[in-house]
Design a protein around this ligand. Structure first.
Ligand SMILES: Nc1nc2c(ncn2[C@@H]2O[C@H](COP(=O)(O)OP(=O)(O)O)[C@@H](O)[C@H]2O)c(=O)[nH]1
Ligand SMILES: [Mg+2]
Length: 229
């Protein structure tokens, strides 16, 4: 990043459109032909703040003061590049045990049955070890084989040395290489461009669900050319 001139923005935001909410695995979902990138994490982990920073909008995803209340999946079209899928936050401590596992059918059903999903940005609080809910979610993502980018949030609350240490520890706990974990701060903007670049790379790859056929294997990054309806 220390080259001359301003670094190039890997994801220039031209326009964003809210497509709507999905309340259950069988209810409405948007029809489009763009790749989808999901965002998941525990309530209060900083997901709305990260999304707003990523797309450079102050209030796109509501930064909620009442975590645990958002029970729907929200869809946003970003340019003609991809559809950002804001999953409901899980694991809010102050709701009952039964209600705490309500997230699983909606989130798991959506990720399992959405042909357009290319991957997920899974958020973990950099300061803390993954919770039981985080482990369930990561276990599910691992079984599904969904390409996963980890964003470690709120790193502004830690010293530089502590961040490096926490990233190593989280990587060890979740069995992922540190290089797959992006330190992120919605306050300082650290990690925004790195995350944007990782998403651009994800949506440029062929779908992880498709069998690689000889005809298809040469395809690269053409799926964002779908005509607007
Ligand atoms: N210091 C700091 N606070 C953050 C950061 N991201 C979010 N927060 C705060 O954490 C709380 C939850 O953030 P929010 O984005 O609503 O989390 P969500 O429930 O996961 O969508 C809010 O008080 C935010 O201001 C961050 O990067 N640094
Ligand atoms: Mg939120």
């Amino acid at each position: 990043m220390s080259e001359t001139g301003a670094p190039k923005d890997p994801l220039i935001i031209r326009d964003i459109e809210y497509l709507g909410p999905m309340a259950s695995d069988t209810s409405w979902r948007p029809t489009h032909t763009l790749p989808e990138v999901a965002f998941g994490g525990r309530s209060n982990v900083g997901k709305s703040s990260l999304i707003n920073k990523l797309v450079r909008r102050k209030k796109l995803a509501r930064v909620s003061n009442t975590p645990g209340r958002t029970r729907e999946i929200h869809f946003f079209r970003v340019n003609q590049d991809f559809v950002l899928v804001d999953l409901p936050g899980y694991g809010y401590a102050r709701i009952s045990k039964e209600r705490r596992s309500e997230w699983r059918p909606l989130i798991e059903g959506f990720l399992t049955r959405s042909p357009g999903v290319r991957g997920i940005v899974q958020l973990l609080d950099a300061r803390h070890d993954p919770t039981g809910d985080d482990e369930q979610m990561l276990g599910f993502l691992g079984e599904l084989g969904l390409p996963t980018i980890i964003a470690a949030t709120k790193v502004d609350k830690l010293s530089k040395g502590a961040v490096a240490k926490r990233i190593r520890e989280i990587g060890r706990l979740i069995g992922m290489d540190d290089s797959q974990i992006i330190p992120f701060s919605a306050i300082t903007g650290e990690g925004r461009d790195e995350l944007a670049a990782a998403i651009v790379s994800l949506i440029g790859q062929p779908s992880w669900r498709e069998e690689t056929s000889d005809v298809d294997s040469g395809r690269f990054g053409t799926t964002t050319d779908a005509p607007e309806r």
